[in-house]
Structures are given as structure tokens and as C-alpha cells.
Design a protein around this ligand. Sequence first.
Ligand code: UD1
Length: 340
Amino acid sequence: MKKILVTGGTGYIGSHTVIELIKLGYEVLVIDNLSNSKAEVIDIIESITAVRPHFEKIEMCDKAALANYFSKHSDIAAVIHFAGMLQVAESVENPLKYYHNNMFSTINLLECMVAYKIKNIVFSSSCTVYGNPTQLPVTETAPVQKAMSPYGNTKQMGEEILENVAKANDINVITLRYFNPIGAHESAKIGEIQHGVPHHLIPYITETAAGIRKQLNVFGGDYQTHDGTCVRDYIHVVDLAKAHIAAISRLLSHSNEAKLEVYNIGTGLGYSVLDIISAFEKATNIKINYQIVDRRPGDVEAVYADTTLAEQKLNWKTVLSIEDMMRSAWNWEQALAAKK
Ligand code: UD1
């Protein structure tokens, strides 16, 4: 079976994707610098799938180390590139750290792919490239807006580098623009690890439900949306993982119609912050203590995906509901509490 290299494969989205790849019989190689994840994730993946992916701790910014890795694994059929730093606020405080890490890792990876003639890559991008879209649902042809953070800029620059590299080299690219990934694997053995106070909505809700946080602040109640709070397209991380499988099979079967293809990966549904609180309360029977406070700088009012292209070309669409997302997020929070 074909070998797939997953960079950042012990992270949140990466680990869920590794499980889905293994389930379909791919041979999976994982590299990660473990800056935001633990090597034990590999044991957990083995416990879930009964297959142990090959793992090496590699710092992708270290070109020599990465090149040495590729010299040993030159028969990789495709790469899924998740590795990267992803905290918006941290990127504003320390832009050079973000530019250094996210850009050098991507450039080093692409140089190795060219050198070892590895022809396929799936790249993790984000709906953040659309900024505050003027038309909803947002399609892939919507203009890319000036990035609101260095993190967002590394995604945009990554997309541009890949576009240029695909044109000049024998490399096929599928860029996936994720909307808001949430939830966790049904086993509750893997999920998103929080370091300190969560920045994202769902972990903040689950930590409030668990009593770790006293109250959820809802950022802004005066947006032009159905209830005044921001609207997002939340997608279950397992559905998102499966979009990568669809992208890989499109590339490996040479079904791609262009050397670079870009897809929105969301559900196509927009939920407000208050809708999410209600969905969580309904799915878990736990009331969330919240208050509406000022807007958070940099938040867009509403964004949700037009997923027609992914449905037609990748033959993929989401199957898990908002209740599934809430229940799995809560199970994960409880599993984390049980470990402490
Ligand atoms: C964030 C990033 C985005 C990134 C995406 C996925 C920012 C500004 N954007 O998206 O670049 O691609 O994650 O990693 O960080 N909210 C509250 N209270 C909270 C937390 C959030 O009301 O305590 C609201 C926010 O205002 C927003 C919604 O919940 O309306 C979702 O927020 P969040 O989970 O942080 O994701 P995004 O900001 O959409």
C-alpha cells in the first residue's frame, strides 16, 4: 500500500487523519517536533487502529535533518502537511517566530519533495484567508483578503508558495481551507490539547462545563447576525480528517484537473456563538454560565462555506452533526479530567 507522510501527525487534526489513513490501509509515516503534542499519541493511535505508524521526531526547520529523513524514505507517494504553529494571538506577539517556523518548514519540505521527486502534497490552509467575506456562503473564488495576523499570513504565503512550486515543478497540490474544526475522536482518546486558557470557543465551553472556568465570555452581541453573535462553520475533526483522505485519493488516482486545486472544507452551515451554547446544553444537559462582553478585536462577523466544489470533485461531504461535535468535545474534556 502507498506510503503517506503526515507532518504534524501527532497534533489535533494530524492524529485524526492518521487514524483514517490507517483504516484505509495506507502505510503512514509521521514526523513531528512534538512542540505542541506528545509522542504517546502514536501509542494511542496504535491502540485504536491496531497498527503502529512509523514515527520520528523531526524538526522540519532543520533542513539537514529533514533531508536525511527523506533520503531514507524516498518512496513516499504523498505528503499531508499539517506541521505549523497556530495560535493567532501568539503570532501577533511574536511574528518572527511564526514566519520562521511556518515558512522554513514548508520551504524545506518542498525542497525535499523536489529533490526526491515526491509528486503530491495536501496543504492545510484556513478560511481565515477570506477575512470578512462580502458574500455568504463563501466560495473558493472569493478574493483572499489581507491577513489579519502573522499566523493567517503564513497560511496565505504557504498557499502562494505552493501555487508557484506546482507551476514550476512536477508537484500536484490540493489546498484545503478548513473552517472551524472541533470535537474529538469517538474513543475520546485523542483530541485537542489545551495549554492554559483556551482561545477557541469549544474548549472554553467544555472547560466552563467542567468547572475549570467560571464563565464563558461571548465576544460581541451586536453583530449583524440572527442573534447578534458571530457566525462560523463548525466541522467535526473526523469529517475534516476524511477530507484529507479524499484529497489523497484524488491525487494518487491522478483525478485532479489542475496541478493546484483549492477546496473549502466545512459543513456549509453557519452557527452563532449562542446557537453553539444551546447545542452544547442540549447535547449534554449541562447549562453554560455565560455573559455577552465586548467584541474581540480581529473577529469576522460571519463566515461559512459553500462546499459544492468539495462535494463534486472530492466526492466528500460531512456526515457528523453539531450534536455529535458537542458530545465528542464533552467526552474528550471528561477523558482529560479523568487523566489528571
Ligand atoms: C480561529 C482563528 C482562525 C483560525 C481558526 C482555526 C482567531 C481570530 N481566528 O478562528 O484564524 O483559522 O481559529 O484554528 O483566533 N468566542 C467567544 N468566546 C470565547 C472564544 C470564542 O465568544 O471565549 C467566539 C469568537 O468571537 C468567534 C467564535 O467564538 O465568534 C469562534 O471563535 P474561535 O473558536 O476562536 O475561532 P475563530 O476565531 O473563528
